[in-house]
Design a protein around this ligand. Structure first.
Ligand code: IPE
Ligand code: IPE
Ligand code: MG
Length: 247
């Protein structure tokens, strides 16, 4: 029986963020090139996106390429960028059919022109879709995101657009790449690594974490249900006592 039956559709995370890890190891286990692992990972992306939309998750963020990933061998970086372009071209149909809006966060100007162009096109074509917002973290680093926010805010303080006293959580939120996206409720990381790798440091302040040994290309619908079921079994207290929460 599918774990889908155990999911309470009224309590799914409003924002799910996934660190899609393990493509390289998946390929290595099969004696294949790492690029084949990345290709295998795109299937899991499609299943996950469709399943999240069906479950009623409003915001899904996928960590696809980090600022640190630029340090990988050039051949692998090139392969990943090509795969991005071809996936965007192919998946626009899936996004439209499922009423999903595409968004991207990160230092996007560092991406090759072809990727930027394709991204812009899919973002603009899907901009009025309302069922779910899919955010791709590309050339994304949380520390870099925070640095650029500090710079923008400082500039505004210098030009008397905002006062130092006015700086609060909301002002900081507005200057992050994630702007209008709510805080993360659940982070999933595949492949058995138990780390954050510079992902959404500010936005995960009160997120729940779910780690699985499953490698990203093997991550299935059922694996996603498992994570959601685990999330729904937790009591999120936000600093309060259990008694206060159950009232
Ligand atoms: C995740 O898989 C994809 C990216 C980081 C782009 P990896 O490529 O990190 O796979 P492993 O961790 O080497 O197995
Ligand atoms: C994190 O995975 C980045 C993405 C999933 C895109 P990595 O494989 O790059 O992370 P580390 O280096 O193992 O921490
Ligand atoms: Mg990895």
């Amino acid at each position: 029986m599918s774990l889908l039956n155990n999911i309470n559709q009224n309590n799914v995370p409003n924002h799910l963020a996934i660190i899609m890890d393990g493509n390289g190891r998946w390929a290595k286990q099969r004696g294949l090139l790492r690029s084949i692992g990345h290709e295998g990972g795109t299937k899991s992306v499609r299943t996950t996106v469709e399943t999240c939309a069906k479950l009623g998750i409003k915001n899904l963020t996928l960590y696809a390429f980090s600022t640190e990933n630029w340090n990988r061998p050039k051949l692998e970086v090139d392969t990943l960028m090509k795969l991005l372009v071809s996936s965007l071209k192919k998946e626009i149909k899936t996004l439209q059919e499922n009423n999903i809006k595409l968004n991207a966060i990160g230092n996007l100007t560092n991406l090759p022109n072809k990727v930027q162009k394709e991204l812009k096109e899919v973002i603009s074509k899907t901009s009025t879709n309302t069922r779910m917002t899919l955010t791709l973290a590309l050339s994304y680093g949380s520390r870099e995101e925070i640095i650029q926010a500090v710079k923008k805010i400082s500039e505004k303080v210098k030009n008397n657009i905002i006062s130092i006293e006015a700086i609060d959580e909301s002002i900081i939120n507005q200057h992050l790449y994630t702007q209008d996206i709510p805080d993360v409720d659940l982070v999933i990381r595949t492949s058995g690594e138990h780390r954050i790798s510079n992902f959404l440091l500010w936005q995960i302040a009160y997120a729940e974490f779910y780690f699985t040994d499953v490698l990203w290309p093997d991550f299935s619908e059922e694996n996603l249900y498992e994570a959601i079921v685990s999330y729904q079994q937790r009591e999120r207290r936000f600093g309060k006592t259990s008694e206060q929460i159950s009232k």
